[in-house]
Design a protein around this ligand. Structure first.
Ligand SMILES: NC(=O)C1=CN([C@@H]2O[C@H](COP(=O)(O)OP(=O)(O)OC[C@H]3O[C@@H](n4cnc5c(N)ncnc54)[C@H](OP(=O)(O)O)[C@@H]3O)[C@@H](O)[C@H]2O)C=CC1
Ligand SMILES: O=C(O)CCC(=O)C(=O)O
Ligand SMILES: [Mg+2]
Length: 738
């Protein structure tokens, strides 16, 4: 196995890899280290799952499965870049692109008619959504802003929108009949351990098994809950009307990628509520077209466009008038008319809510201008966190990045913890009846009366990850000297079980002198936000969903983006997984590259992950050269920030490729300046000199290509040679690195 595995992904970070990976390879080779790659891109995962449709040359191994095994080994050292968590439309588009390239893949069978189609659908469904991270995360999460990044942000505060006391921006949430309010939770006792099942019992007493094999171990915390479909619809209709009455944008914020079964259904309810008249009037036509509201207005429009012209025009006019009669909608792209409800994966809560708060509580409206917004977050489990921050900003004005403290996160995520591992246990109730979890001994553990269409789900949190998470919280608090807050609500069923475990496991550690407490999420958000405003730091020790939300929320407010975060996953078996940043794969950036050959992706997350990975390698294998590389990279990162060589946003500035040149230059300089390792010093001295002498030429070669379209030959599956040609345009730099 290579010393370090670097993942091949999609979109902007993958484009960046074409430029950065050759630099990594060249630098680490000098220390005798090897870098392997594994393809976890959406296209790569599709190809790996359909070998029987491909020629031998087209076949690809299942790199995700391999990595899933690797992360359980003590010597694992994996750098994980963000990948696409595909919605249905993204999956369809990737399949289409591959088919056009000559891969004879089957279409996605929305309504499978035979065993083969069922198998195809099941395989595609497994590729959808957040299918990668949960497999690799065999450890809990430690995400924080590196010191150099925080200091840079204080000296160079990013722009924050103004928060006015008159802002009408607010969060709307159900508060009843939702996942939070219906939750029940138990910790599995020895007598209940074994293979549990999930059943639906109809009004007539007939029992159907929804899931027959759910292995539970003693100590696991399980919880189950449901959201009432009727209550959800009524809530959405009321909030749509209220947006219109208040004259604020209507927006829906969810995580249809991670919560890939439940949230598309909730999204579909919202599409139907917003276009209620259209769905009522054209019910028969929509049934013929197999319109599925869960796929969004984008899919609806595509299906309507296949109708005879006059019918299509009639429905298109009805959709248009429904959109204009309703409240203004929060837009994904107002120039192109793409609304919040076009595709469920376009607006993802972890990124969308912080961006809105950073902008002073504003979202983009259909007129291309910023407006106050109603932020609909149907389930009330975590909605209060955003309300607390919004309320704080409304009362106190925007937070000041020049003075703010920091909120690092210790997140419980190992082994598919909590909601983010729940999709195999999420079901839409087939009829009125009862859904229940029955343990191996046949005893019902949890049950709920449900109505047809209700969304029911069960989550599991394993005991070993909880212990590890408590330990990581204590360790981080000790090392950083910061107080830590466990964001747990004793009035919520699942959290109450977790609090018992936290109380039981904390005494295993030396907590003397540490300030550790438990607070409900809304209070914790208020407390932590008040503290950052005063320049004070507080570790948020949270469950998996809040890990995801807070590691975008606070970084985006503190340092402008979550791309600059250090994101470490100490694997439970001793290895290291180093995630880059905390954000996603930034589709907008790819578009900009295609249109004007400019990539504004900031690879600082990759730089930080590489540094942490090298340091881990040094410690785990006693490799001194790896430590020298890590220390020098640290200096290079400081240099990059101090000299402002991160990518600018627009053509004319230094882009991603230019920032890679500077990291190489500063890294080589730091290596030739150090005295711990004479071999590395002498190896890098001429490289540093060549890079330094070539600076003007290299920068002009890199920047010279900007301004006209770039062709990478594909979006999901671009030929490497084409990507390399676009991403490595400086012959001078390539010569030195090569
Ligand atoms: N770990 C993972 O694998 C993750 C994957 N995803 C996936 O990523 C995709 C897009 O998600 P989305 O919610 O749009 O979030 P993104 O983080 O991709 O985009 C939000 C915005 O954040 C800014 N941004 C993010 N990263 C960087 C960076 N490195 N450099 C500069 N700016 C950055 C960009 O802002 P601006 O436009 O202002 O430049 C971008 O448009 C989805 O498929 C999603 O599932 C999402 C989160 C994590
Ligand atoms: O895996 C995903 O889909 C997103 C992950 C994410 O947003 C995160 O871990 O912060
Ligand atoms: Mg996230």
């Amino acid at each position: 196995m290579a010393d370090i595995i670097y993942t091949k992904v999609d979109e902007a970070p993958e484009l960046a890899s074409a430029s950065f990976l050759p630099i990594i390879r060249a630098f680490t080779k000098a220390a005798g280290l090897t870098i392997g790659t594994r393809d976890i891109s959406l296209a790569g995962r599709i190809l790996a799952n359909f070998p029987e449709y491909l020629t031998d040359e087209q076949k690809q191994s299942d790199a995700l499965a391999e990595l899933g095994e690797m992360v359980k080994q003590p010597d694992a050292n994996v750098i994980k870049l963000p990948n696409i968590s595909a919605s249905q439309p993204q999956l369809n588009a990737a399949v289409k692109e591959l088919q056009d390239q000559g891969y004879k893949l089957p279409d996605y069978p929305a309504d499978p008619q035979n065993d083969e189609e069922k198998s195809v659908k099941a395989r595609y469904d497994a590729i959808k959504g957040s299918a990668v991270n949960p497999v690799l995360r065999e450890g809990n999460s430690d995400r924080r802003a590196p010191k150099a990044v925080k200091e840079y942000a204080k000296k160079n505060p990013h722009r924050m929108g103004e928060w006015l006391p008159s802002s009408k921006t607010h969060v709307a949430t159900m508060g009843q009949d939702d996942f939070r309010s219906n939750e029940k939770s138990v910790t599995i006792a020895a007598a209940s351990a074994g293979t549990a099942k999930i059943e639906f019992v109809g009004k007539d007493g007939a029992t159907t098994t929804l899931k027959g094999d759910w292995p539970l171990e003693e100590g696991d915390v399980i919880d189950a809950t449901y959201m009432s479909a009727k209550a959800l619809s009524a809530f959405l209709e009321q909030e749509i009307q209220d947006s219109k009455d208040q004259g604020v944008l209507f927006s829906l914020h969810m995580k249809a990628t991670m919560m890939k079964v439940s949230d598309p259904i909730i999204f579909g309810h919202c599409v139907k509520a917003f276009l209620k008249d259209v769905f009522d009037k054209h019910a028969a036509t929509f049934a013929d077209l197999s319109v599925n509201p869960d796929l969004g207005i984008g899919d609806l429009e595509a299906k309507v466009a296949t109708l005879p012209a006059d019918k299509a025009a009639e429905i298109q006019a009805d959709i248009k008038s429904a959109l204009s009669n309703g409240p203004d909608m929060y837009m994904v792209n107002s120039d192109k008319g793409i609304t919040n409800l076009h595709v469920s994966s376009d607006v993802i809560i972890d990124a969308s809510m912080p961006a809105l708060i950073r902008a002073g509580g504003k979202g983009w409206g259909p007129d291309g201008n910023e407006h106050d917004a109603k932020c609909v977050i149907p389930d009330s489990s975590y909605a209060g966190v955003y309300s607390a921050v919004i309320d704080f900003c409304r009362e106190n004005g925007a937070l000041d990045p020049a003075k703010m403290g920091t909120v690092p996160n210790v997140g419980l995520m190992a082994q598919k913890a909590e909601e983010y591992g729940s999709h195999p246990q999420t079901f839409k109730a087939p009829a009125d009846g009862t859904i229940r979890v029955v343990d191996a001994a046949g005893t019902p553990l949890i049950e709920h009366g449900v109505e047809e269409g209700d969304i029911w789900r069960a989550c599991r949190t394993k005991d070993a990850p909880i212990r590890d998470w408590v330990k990581l919280g204590v360790t981080r608090s000790r090392l950083s000297g910061m107080p830590g807050v466990f964001w747990l609500d004793k009035s919520r069923a699942h959290d109450a079980e977790l609090i018992k475990k936290v109380e039981a496991y904390l005494p295993d550690h030396d907590t003397s002198g540490l300030d550790l407490k438990v607070m409900a999420p809304t209070e914790a958000a208020k407390y932590s936000t008040e503290r950052i405003a005063r320049g004070e730091d507080t570790i948020a020790i949270t469950g998996n969903v809040l890990r995801d939300y807070l590691t975008d929320l606070y970084p985006i407010l503190e340092v402008g983006t979550s791309a600059k975060m250090l994101s470490i996953v100490p694997l439970m078996n001793g290895g290291g997984l180093f995630e880059t940043g905390a954000g996603g794969s930034a589709p907008k950036h790819v578009q900009q590259l295609q249109e004007e050959n400019y990539l504004r992706w900031d690879s600082l997350g990759e730089f930080c992950a590489l540094g942490a990975s090298l340091e881990h390698l040094a410690n785990a294998k006693g490799n001194d050269k790896a430590q020298v590389l890590a220390d020098a990279l640290d200096k290079a990162i400081e240099g990059l920030l101090d000299n402002d060589k991160s990518p600018a946003r627009r053509v004319g500035g230094l882009d991603n490729r230019g920032s890679h040149f500077y990291i190489a230059l500063y890294w080589a300089k730091a290596l030739s300046d150090q005295d711990q390792d004479a071999d590395l010093k002498s190896h890098f001295a001429p490289i540093a000199a060549a890079l330094s002498d070539g600076e003007a030429t290299i920068v002009s070669e890199l920047n010279g290509v900007q301004g006209s379209p770039a062709d990478t030959g594909g979006y999901y599956h671009a030929p490497q040679a084409k990507v390399d040609a676009v991403m490595r345009p400086s012959a001078t730099l390539n010569g030195i690195i090569g």
